[in-house]
Design a protein around this ligand. Structure first.
Ligand code: PRP
Ligand code: URA
Length: 209
């Protein structure tokens, strides 16, 4: 069964509090999501394997470490996942970025796919699927299914906030994929919003509604 990792770094928790605050406006919300995404990228890459290389410093030749292993791919779930890309790319600049476009039908809460564009070598990459919110889990389940159907083998799911209901549903369908979050909240409300959550992530990022 997949695991759930909560990033409890004080800076992540501090910034998440202001992201949640309804008095935080669009500009600051966007900046905070960018900053938290960068910090989460730092945490999620903690286990990346290293390999030894030899370099010459101005003083002498020495053995030192650089990142080895598979190449990284980021896959934001449109639209709100886009708000997390730039922060992550600051730390993983060579990452390729694929896009999966989904929105939740407001009546049924079912995800509707409208766009998929991926790097050609996704089967060789370590993919990080990113979306601020894991609510019912429908969008993340559909995005990961779409990626698996196109050959993706190695994935992690990274979200700012998850509801227990979304975690359970995601791991029922994709028990092979670990979830990385800044917080696991209490529950969903009757409209499928995370409680206490942060509201509608896409609307708060882009100033829509
Ligand atoms: C939000 C969010 C997730 C989804 C989570 O997107 O960014 O993708 O809801 O809900 P779920 O777990 O119940 O599927 P939304 O559908 O509002 O689209 P948007 O990103 O375009 O605003
Ligand atoms: N999507 C959001 O943007 N927020 C929620 O609380 C649930 C789904």
């Amino acid at each position: 069964m997949g695991k759930v990792y909560v990033f409890d770094h004080p800076l992540i928790q501090h910034k998440l509090s202001y992201i949640r605050d309804k008095s935080t406006g669009t500009k600051e919300f966007r900046e905070l999501v960018d900053e938290v995404s960068m910090l989460m990228a730092y945490e999620i890459t903690r286990e990346m394997p290293l390999k030894e290389i030899e370099i010459e410093t101005p003083v002498m030749t020495c053995k030192t470490s650089v990142i080895a292993g598979k190449k990284v791919g980021l896959v934001p779930i449109l639209r709100a996942g886009l708000g997390m890309v730039d922060g992550m790319v600051k730390l993983i600049p060579a990452a390729k970025v694929g896009h999966v476009g989904l929105y939740r039908d407001p009546e049924t809460l079912e995800p509707i796919e409208y766009y998929v564009k991926l790097p050609s070598d996704i089967n060789e990459r370590e993919l990080i699927v990113i979306d601020p919110m894991l609510a019912t889990g429908g969008s993340a389940v559909a995005a990961v299914t779409a990626l698996k159907n196109r050959g993706a083998k190695n994935m992690k799911l990274m979200c700012l906030i998850a509801a227990p209901e979304g975690i359970e549903k995601f791991h029922q369908v994709h028990p092979d994929i670990d979830i990385y979050v800044a917080a696991v909240d209490e529950k969903l409300d009757e409209h499928g919003y995370i409680v206490p959550g942060l509201g509608d992530a896409g609307d708060r990022l882009y100033g829509t509604k």
